[in-house]
Design a protein around this ligand. Structure first.
Ligand code: ZN
Length: 237
């Protein structure tokens, strides 16, 4: 890390650009733990293998925001990005977070509290596995270590190994469902069902509180619930 910083600081482009130096020192470097992968070892990292998200944003920009724009210059495009596209995207992000939070809606009482204030897709994913776990006989779940368990497959003779992770290790189950989503699978919920000392709280906090499976409380606090309710009503019509 320090040699990479040295290389940058000695580069021609860096030395000739006081604005870059100021930004790098005062903004980027101060928060290096947020973007340097070295500081994120063992934390939830998502490899991005496609550019579908960027392509979709590009299509939205072209089809919904600049299609009828008269000013086709670069400054016209920047104006649309600054005044329209980015604020609209941010508002959508705030609204979707707020609409899913328990400050705005009440959760159905069969949804356990540990699934409250999570993105709807995560709640749906976990509820499906939680329901499927109820059909796994308790005899098919055995403990082989403090946080390691074996769960017999209901479809084959296989046994899956469930491990709830640690401060530095990712939780895992050897089943295909977990390998596909990296989210709690029915075998994990089957372990929760059988053992009183194991629960959702047995998952490491960095995993269960990860930004990928929680709502953004910061933006929820800033949202305007009155306008939200109107837009929600408008959408449901
Ligand atoms: Zn599993």
């Amino acid at each position: 890390m320090s040699s990479a910083v040295d290389t940058l600081e000695q580069s021609e482009a860096y030395m000739e650009n006081p604005k870059l130096q100021k930004y790098f020192k005062n903004v980027w470097l101060k928060e290096k733990e947020r973007w340097v992968s070295m500081y994120r070892v063992g934390k939830m990292r998502v490899p991005v293998g496609t550019n579908n998200g960027v392509e979709r944003q590009n299509r939205m920009l072209k089809e919904c925001h600049i299609k009828f724009q008269v000013d086709k210059s670069l400054s016209g495009l920047v104006k649309v990005l600054h005044k329209d596209f980015l604020p609209a995207g941010y508002k959508k992000y705030i609204d979707e977070n707020a609409l899913a939070s328990d400050s705005y809606r009440s959760y159905l009482n069969y949804i356990p509290p540990y699934l409250h204030n999570r993105p709807p897709k995560i709640v749906k994913h976990c509820m499906k596995r939680l329901n499927n776990a109820s059909s796994i006989p308790t005899d098919d779940v055995t403990r082989v270590g403090c946080t390691v368990f074996k769960v017999r497959s209901s479809e084959s003779l296989l046994e899956y190994e469930v491990y709830f992770g640690s401060e530095s290790e990712f939780p895992k189950c050897s089943c295909p469902d977990f390998k596909k989503w990296f989210l709690p699978c029915k075998h994990m919920f089957a372990v929760f069902n059988k053992y009183d000392d194991v629960s959702w709280n047995s998952l490491p906090k960095w995993y269960s509180d990860s930004v990928y499976i929680t709502l953004d409380n910061y933006v929820i606090k800033t949202s305007d619930y009155n306008s939200l309710k109107q837009s929600d009503i408008a959408l449901s019509r």
